[in-house]
Design a protein around this ligand. Structure first.
Ligand SMILES: [Zn+2]
Length: 715
């Protein structure tokens, strides 16, 4: 890891001068170029800045255990004091907050009891010590003393900015038809030539399928220290990409929807947090002093819509405050990048007035992922008045909260928040916007993240992608909770396939008000063409118990596969409730191909020219008519494909196996003795489909009625 000279900020330079360090430029060439030694020196000095900032952090002891009067008030406090929140312990009855004196007084007046959080401060200091120690070890082993670049000490499950970007780039490189890694602007440091990062978006969709697709946009880690947020978004990308062609839901979501992930919405600040600091804002040195670890603007108070709109209650004008809103709306390049990206993917669906609703069929969802309050929140955050789409937002919020078990509520806390990230999406354009507050602690262990936070929240993200086509309508409809086929693997076309599912309207989190539910009154399946596409054909499914009359119904039906080509097909299933609301689709694969009854060799096929064509992977049966018989089979092997041929003779015969190309050149053979299985694999390394000819040859043993073999051909 080397750092460029430009990474060093004026702040660092001033700091280093004050520490008696040799200024960088003294070692720099007259033409301004940097050499390896200079770059290493810059890296050492950046590491020294981080050590100095960690020392500043140790001085921050205004951290309190805040005992709340009741759970509802605690959640509102967690919203209003999100900037101060370091842990939420709802079950134990307290929050850990880092508070200014006026905030301390305000909470006391609200009925909260406060005491210094000695335990937390001790853990925090141990945490900081670990980074200093790792930095020492790095330097002793010949490094620059930087830490948190390749991994976060003790938190290896949280990818760093570099690791996250490398993973996203790898998706775009290996799956260019599914993933694009888009440059959406610059971070503040990049803009000012002091290191920094591009503001990147990982766009996931199958580009082979065109048309206007619903979009899910996810921003994560806008607050730098919220470790779990970007790794969760990256995990979501893995689920989609690795699931394509394997998991039917991941496949149709990439075919028919777009998922846009701004994995790091505040990469400069994130680098500070990855060095052990409890960093929230961006790193803009113009605010609060270039050397301060309280510097920067709160990007989640800097958005244009509603910026500074609540008389100073919902954001701060104090440059050192954790909710400093910036000197003007969207003053920060990170905020500008988010706003312009949202403008590039979402149309304006809402009128100019605060009370204008977006149409019920508005497409698209924006999720902003934070931690650590265990909440699912929706607009408005500026006022107690519900948003004009508030009822539908609440319905979807309660569905999302069903998955993670968090509390769903409007994002108004004890006080308002303004200039937040849902402004450009919901406020300006009417796009359904939610903030999900993951987990409970800055120190969330990898065990907790892997066993709880990730498995609870990944399904919520998948649900958001599922309903992105109509987020104000589909969450009111039921979910398909189990879906299977009696035989989805390799059934011959024409074989009826039985579909079984459970459909339920009950998956709401009712911890904060109760969502009404209805009986399921219809269910239907579609093969290949989903219900929203032209030419879609519904196949009616039945209630397994004979009548649609319950909020959760077992469903069954039969699929006619007569006209399906060999290969994988998507089967979409959805249900409708008694209010007339359809829910989102779930899907499963049916794989059409020759299975049983077996394909039988047809004579004569003694030459390449007379070979039996084989259209799909199969295990066929053949017969050696006499001791001069040979049987040829033709496979059209796709570019890059590997054909594996497995020949099993009858137990008392010796037949052998050969594979040729179309010119008769032998590509592979197996000549094992009587009764033994022969196997040959050949790969088509050309750039296009190529014919391969598999020959079964009589060598010894039985012929005629007793001269049977089976030949498995797979590719
Ligand atoms: Zn946050």
């Amino acid at each position: 890891m080397t750092l460029r000279l430009s990474r060093i900020t004026a702040a660092t330079a001033a700091l280093l001068l004050s520490m008696g360090a040799t200024p960088l430029w003294a070692a720099n060439g007259a033409d301004g170029t940097t050499d390896e030694a200079t770059a290493q020196k810059a890296a050492r000095e950046a590491a020294a800045e981080m050590r100095q900032l960690r020392q500043q952090e140790r001085q921050r002891n205004n951290i309190y255990k805040v005992w709340f009067p009741d759970q509802a008030t605690a959640r509102k406090a967690a919203i209003s004091y999100h900037h101060a929140l370091l842990e939420s312990k709802y079950d134990a009855g307290y929050l850990i907050l880092e508070l200014e004196s006026e905030e301390y007084a305000a909470l006391q007046a609200q009925g909260f009891r406060l005491e210094t959080a000695h335990d937390f401060i001790k853990r925090r200091n141990e945490f900081l010590d670990r980074f200093d120690k790792a930095a020492d070890e790095n330097r002793k082993s010949g490094g620059n003393g930087d830490v948190g670049v390749e991994s976060i000490p003790g938190y290896s499950c949280y990818e760093t900015v570099e690791e996250t970007f490398a993973a996203a780039q790898a998706f775009a490189t290996s799956k260019p038809n599914l993933a694009q890694w888009i440059d959406a602007g610059n971070s503040w440091q990049k803009n000012t030539g002091s290191g920094g990062y591009d503001m990147r978006v990982l766009k996931l969709t199958n580009t082979a399928i065109g048309g206007t697709k619903p979009k899910l946009f996810v921003t994560s880690a806008i607050h730098a220290r919220e470790y779990t947020t970007a790794p969760l978004s990256l995990e979501f990308a893995r689920w989609l990409i690795n699931g394509y062609g394997v998991n039917a839901d991941a496949t149709w979501m990439l075919d028919h929807h777009e998922i846009h992930l701004m994995l790091h919405t505040n990469p400069d600040g994130r680098k500070k947090a990855e060095g052990g600091l409890s960093w929230r804002k961006n790193t803009n040195t113009a605010y609060c002093g270039a050397n301060s670890n309280s510097r920067g603007a709160d990007l989640n108070r800097n958005f244009t819509y509603g910026w500074n709109s609540t008389n100073g209650q919902g954001s701060s004008g104090n440059v050192c405050n954790e909710t400093y809103r910036g000197p003007s709306a969207h003053s920060e390049p990170e905020t500008q990048a988010v706003e312009s990206y949202i403008g590039s993917i979402f149309a304006d669906n809402r009128g100019p007035n605060q009370g204008d609703p977006a149409p019920a069929n508005t497409m698209g969802v924006h999720l902003d992922i934070h931690s650590y309050s265990q909440l699912v929140l929706w607009p408005w955050g500026t006022t107690n008045t519900p948003a004009p789409n508030g009822t539908a937002l609440q319905t979807m919020g309660r569905r999302l909260a069903w998955f993670n078990g968090y509390t769903p509520e409007q994002s108004i806390g004890l006080y308002p928040t303004d200039g937040t990230s849902d402004g450009p999406s919901y406020g300006d354009r009417g796009v359904a916007a939610f903030t999900i507050e993951l987990g409970s602690s800055f120190f969330e262990s990898c065990t907790t993240y892997n066993n709880t936070t990730k498995p609870k929240n990944l399904p919520a993200l998948i649900y958001a992608a599922r309903v992105a086509r109509a987020p104000y309508q589909l969450p009111a409809g039921p979910d398909v909770t189990t879906l299977s086929l009696n035989d989805g693997t390799g059934v011959p076309a024409g074989t009826p396939v039985t579909v079984t599912a459970s459909i339920t309207d009950t998956r709401f989190n009712n911890s904060n008000g109760t969502e009404s539910t209805q009986a399921i009154n219809a269910a239907e399946a579609y093969i290949d063409t989903p219900p929203w596409s032209p030419g879609a054909t519904a196949i009616a499914l039945s209630a397994a118990d004979g009548s649609f009359n319950s909020t959760t119904e077992g469903i069954t039906g039969t699929l006619n596969t007569t006209n399906l080509a060999n290969g994988k097909h998507l089967v979409f299933v959805r249900g409708k409730d008694a209010s007339g609301a359809f829910g989102p689709v779930s899907a499963v694969f049916v794989n059409i191909g020759p299975g049983t009854p077996p394909v039988t060799e047809t004579e004569p096929n003694n030459t390449i020219a007379a070979a039996n064509p084989i259209a799909a992977p199969v295990t066929l049966t053949g017969t050696m008519l006499n001791n001069s018989d040979s049987d040829f089979f033709r496979v059209d092997l796709p570019a890059g494909g590997t054909l594996t041929s497995t020949l099993t003779p009858n137990s008392s015969s010796d037949y052998d196996l050969y594979v040729y190309d179309s010119t008769g050149t032998l590509l592979g053979k197996s000549e094992r003795s009587s009764g033994l299985v022969d196997t040959v694999s050949v790969t088509n390394s050309s750039g296009s489909t190529a014919q391969r000819f598999v020959k079964v040859l009589y060598y010894g043993g039985q012929t005629g009625a007793g001269g049977t073999y089976s030949l498995q051909l797979s590719w």
